[in-house]
Design a protein around this ligand. Structure first.
Ligand code: AMP
Length: 277
């Protein structure tokens, strides 16, 4: 498995295969990331994982500096998963000091939910994904449904700019107790991890009530909020939205995403489930 750190070397690797599937990550790889690698293998005979903690998607008070960077372990996991090559650039390679910044904005989709609580986050995500797409020139790229708003925005960006890259996705991989896997889970103390379980429990509760016939989302959201508040989580949002427009849904009549963002101590976690599909 080759590890390439420069754009020039990435272009050389790219020239070795006709079709290529990209799995963009920020590292600290877990089984969720590796499930996307398996999906990528079905997309194309060659798979590249990018590992880059992208500074432009972090807010000034967010965890860019302390974000975990276990590079050696990550490379071993990629090798074991059968990844063909890893793109592992430094920040200066992606954003040369003094270079002009290019911005891609999808205002209808990026000011709600995560975008409302993390201003500028999706501009940073679109910026880095656009650069990765242009550097790696994949035929497919694979993203997790755990970050469903990100998946929606990247799909919309790809369509809006008429890129030919196929955007594929994979379901959220969970720990045995239901907690959605996340590189940020390692910030949690044992006590906070227990409290954090309220996030997936609230989603499963909402889904359960839907299955039992509740269609009014205000009823679902009230039960979900109660579950979160019982554990004293600080809620950023509990929402029921249309998966395409991300607009609020009042009565479930078709696919609807139940989404939660909440803080356990200082750690901010997000999760979602789809109902009505
Ligand atoms: P990250 O490294 O957190 O930026 O995530 C890289 C990719 O992995 C994104 O497409 C995420 O949506 C995806 N991902 C993160 N956690 C999970 C999970 N638990 N299950 C499936 N995909 C995930």
């Amino acid at each position: 498995m080759n590890v390439v750190r420069t754009i020039a070397a990435a272009r050389e690797e790219r020239s070795k295969s006709q079709s290529l599937a990209l799995v963009p990550t920020m590292g600290a790889l877990h089984a969720g990331h590796l499930s996307l690698v398996q999906i990528a293998k079905r997309e194309a005979p060659a798979v590249v994982v990018s590992i880059f903690v992208n500074p432009t998607q972090f807010g000034p008070r967010e965890d860019y500096n302390k974000y975990p960077r276990p590079v050696e372990e990550d490379l071993a996991k990629c090798e074991q998963a059968g990844v063909d090559w890893v793109f592992l650039p430094e920040a200066d390679e992606m954003y040369p000091p003094g270079a002009a910044e290019a911005v891609i904005d999808l205002p209808q989709l990026s000011v709600v939910l995560e975008g409302k609580h993390r201003p500028g986050h999706f501009r940073g995500v679109c910026q880095v994904v656009a650069k990765l797409f242009n550097i790696v020139q994949p035929t497919s790229a694979v993203f997790g449904q755990k970050d469903f708003q990100q998946l929606r925005i990247i799909t919309a960006m790809t369509e809006a700019l008429n890129w030919t890259i196929r955007i594929a996705s994979g379901p959220t991989v969970r720990e045995h107790d239901g907690l959605a896997m996340s590189s940020r889970n390692q910030y949690l103390s044992d006590a906070d991890r227990q409290k954090g379980l309220a996030i997936c429990r609230s989603l499963f509760l909402g889904k359960g009530e839907y299955t039992q016939g509740v269609r009014q989302t205000n009823r679902l959201l009230t039960s979900m909020q109660r579950t979160l508040l019982e554990q004293h989580l600080s809620i950023d949002y509990v929402a029921a939205v249309d998966p395409l427009t991300l607009k609020p849904v009042e009565v479930v009549q078709g696919p609807t995403v139940l989404a939660v963002a909440a803080r356990v101590g200082v750690t901010r976690l997000i999760d979602n489930v789809v109902i009505g599909g």
